[in-house]
Design a binder for this molecule. Structure first.
Ligand code: CP3
Length: 655
């Protein structure tokens, strides 16, 4: 059964896929075919080995004379080719010995593997994704290159920016080009591919190296078709093997519509096959609606120029919204708590340029992060990028996110007086969240729901009182027990603020709202009933009536019947409870969401499918079920595993 499911996934569904790979042309053709695409492979380069030129020999001679302090090896193929070329003239053993005397730097695992074959140990390995900037940054930390004689093995074209960055740091750089690239002897296939792209007859174009892009445009220029090629590419989904290739696309005014995390041909084809039909539809729809799709961002998308009302109606009938209302759906909808976060390259790229709070407060970027996750995962709902603690800043207690330690409240609330000092919530202070929702909703597929969210009063109060995360909630429960009056005032303030905040999010475009009561499971039933439930009832009753509320907490197994009393339409379950039992107890008149242990995503695809199937079988295809994890996705989760999970849920439950 699993085999069958695996086969039906990852399919281009007959899309036309062009690739420009040369050395592994046969392999890429087979991969495209295997994944259900119609391949057109137009090799774009011919390798001219260095044994025909003198530069490898020149390098070997200088190396043997002890003239280099450091050798940077950029590629595995290049490393092997260098040795092969040198071997035509010199004793390989002498060459290896001389290399051993230098500091050997390898860009990623491939040169490392090539060097291992020669029993050479690498001194510095540059971690992936290893663009030239990563190499410079790694060297900055691990070696002093000032005044050092550095040889750089180059592959294909020389990287001017990289060489000049090394020279700026004071290194004396010698370039050792291993291959020079030439156009293939027969450029007929390349010309045909260009003609086909120009006519928008190709659906997807795959670039597996930077050089392919240079050659494609060189030939297009020769044909006088450069502009037309750019025009055609506006309607063609562009796949890029990795960050270096994507950077080259940028130089040509293009952007990659998909780039896998691992720069491998297999990953690129498999991942782009699964989402290809969706991306082709998206890019062509955008183009039709007047979006400039050459070098575009996720927020630039326009799905329809139709009325706001029409869009809302489509979203209302989406699989996700139907499930919230306990209606039957064609398949089980899935999204993942914290789906836009550190485990994703797209997030890390944006986040590396600013702090977490700055990112939350920049609506265009928060929206871009939200949309990137949906595009990458193909989940049924987007969750706005923000944090449950943003609300505490306008309440006047101060908020900080320190590196590695998580959130910190600057002025913890520890007394009745401090409760009185909590400021009235000014809803406009979180305008950036509403703006991010507006931007996201405009660019998001109408068939997908947009989730707004807030922390539930108890969990937000726990941060405000403890000053950060906590194990036992001594101060929180301390205030609750010692000064119940102050506790209830604090909860009332938070309830009012949260209600206003969420209704504003709904006005800005949130289709559903989720309340994160992450830590409420630390309470006894009696305490929940007395100190939390009345406020939750009040909160949920004041949320705009047409908008479903998802109510999530962890460790809540013993509280579920009371949490239901608060009136939310969907209950989020953590992984500790048995979904079948919990739902029976809650009653099938309330929808449920959950509850795979997030740590399962660190296992194998097979194990993930097995465990997801168990949960889906417990839900029994009943209306009102939304698949999710039992808590947020963890920062080191492999994206590839997340894709496998999302696809499995969709495939297995498809009616
Ligand atoms: O789900 C999403 O993709 C939307 C974004 C989102 C974030 N936080 C972004 C974030 C959501 C829904 C949250 C909710 C949140 N925030 C909760 C409730 C959910 C849960 O996991 O229980 C809680 C308790 C917080 C408070 C919070 N924010 C903590 C404890 C931390 C630090 C610890 C950690 O996990 O990193 C944050 C920071 C935070 N919030 C990050 C992200 C992406 C990491 C910030 C970074 O880039 O360094």
């Amino acid at each position: 059964m699993y085999d069958q499911i695996m086969k039906s996934q990852y399919s281009f569904e007959g899309l036309k896929v062009t690739a420009f790979e040369s050395r592994r042309a046969n392999e890429i053709e087979k991969l495209i075919l295997y994944h259900g695409g119609v391949p057109r492979v137009a090799p774009s380069m011919r390798e001219v080995p260095l044994s025909e030129s003198s530069e490898a020999f020149k390098f070997a001679k200088e190396l043997l004379a002890g003239n280099f302090d450091m050798v940077i090896l950029m590629t595995g193929v290049g490393t092997r080719a260098l040795v092969k070329a040198v071997a035509e003239k010199y004793a390989v053993n002498d060459f290896i010995k001389a290399l051993r005397k230098t500091t050997i730097v390898a860009r990623g695992p491939k040169p490392v593997a090539a060097l291992r074959e020669m029993k050479l140990k690498v001194d510095i390995v540059v971690p992936e994704p290893n663009t030239w900037r990563d190499i410079v940054a790694t060297l900055e930390n691990e070696a002093d290159i000032k005044g050092k004689k550095v040889a750089v093995q180059e592959y294909g074209i020389s990287n001017k920016e990289f060489i000049s960055a090394l020279r700026k740091k004071g290194a004396k750089v010698t370039k050792v080009p291993i291959y020079k690239w030439a156009l293939p002897e027969d450029i007929g296939p390349l010309k045909d591919a260009i003609k086909s792209i120009v006519l928008a007859k190709e659906d997807i174009a795959l670039f597996t190296s930077s050089q392919q892009i240079y050659h494609l445009f060189e030939v297009a220029s020769k044909m006088g078709s450069k502009k037309k090629l750019m025009g055609g590419l506006k309607k063609t989904v562009i796949g890029s093997i990795g960050p270096t290739t994507s950077e080259t696309l940028h130089r040509f005014g293009l952007s990659a519509d998909y780039e896998p995390d691992s720069p491998k041909m297999g990953n690129l084809i498999r991942e782009i096959a699964r989402i290809g039909p969706t991306l082709v539809n998206k890019k062509r729809t955008a183009n039709k609606n007047g979006v400039s799709t050459s070098n575009w961002r996720k927020v630039d998308m326009i799905w329809s120029k139709g009325s706001h009302k029409k869009r809302k109606e489509i979203t209302r009938n989406s699989v996700f919204m139907k499930a919230c209302r306990l209606e039957k759906t064609d398949y089980t909808p899935v999204w993942l708590m914290r789906q836009a976060g550190r485990y994703m390259r797209e997030y890390r790229d944006i986040r590396s340029k600013m702090t977490f709070l700055e990112l939350c407060k920049t609506p265009e970027l928060a929206a871009e992060v939200t949309l990137s996750a949906v595009d990458r995962l193909d989940v049924d709902a987007a969750i706005i990028f923000a944090d449950i603690l943003l609300i505490v800043e306008p309440l006047g207690v101060g908020l900080e996110f320190s590196k590695g330690e998580g959130p910190r409240i600057k002025r913890p609330v520890r007394s009745g007086k401090a409760v009185d000092r909590i400021k009235d919530f000014d809803p406009e202070s979180l305008q950036h969240v509403y703006d991010a929702l507006k931007i996201t909703r405009r660019a998001l597929d109408p068939n997908k729901a947009l989730i707004g969210f807030a922390g539930a009063p108890f969990t937000v109060a726990s941060y405000m009182i403890e000053g950060g995360g906590s194990r036992n909630y001594e101060n929180t429960k301390g205030l609750m027990y010692k000064d119940p009056g102050a506790w209830h005032v604090m909860m009332e303030k938070l309830t009012l603020a949260t209600t206003t905040y969420l209704n504003n999010q709904i006005d800005a475009g949130a289709d559903v709202v989720q309340l994160f009561d992450s830590w409420v499971g630390c309470l006894s039933r009696d305490d929940y009933k007395e100190f939390v439930l009345p406020h939750m009832k009040e909160l949920v009753s004041k949320i705009e009536k047409e908008t479903p509320v998802i109510h999530f907490g962890t460790g809540t197994g013993a509280l579920l019947d009371m949490i239901k009393e608060s009136g939310s339409q969907v209950l989020g379950l953590d992984w500790r409870v048995d979904l079948a039992k919990a739902w029976r107890q809650i009653g099938y008149d309330t929808a449920v969401q959950g509850n795979l242990d997030p740590v399962v995503l660190f296992s194998t695809h097979m194990e993930i499918r097995k465990r997801a199937k168990k949960i889906l079988d417990k839900a029994k295809g009943r209306p009102g079920y939304i698949f999710n994890l039992g808590h947020g996705i963890l920062p080191k989760t492999p994206v590839d595993n997340v894709l496998a999970l999302v696809d499995f849920v969709h495939e297995y439950t498809q009616k």
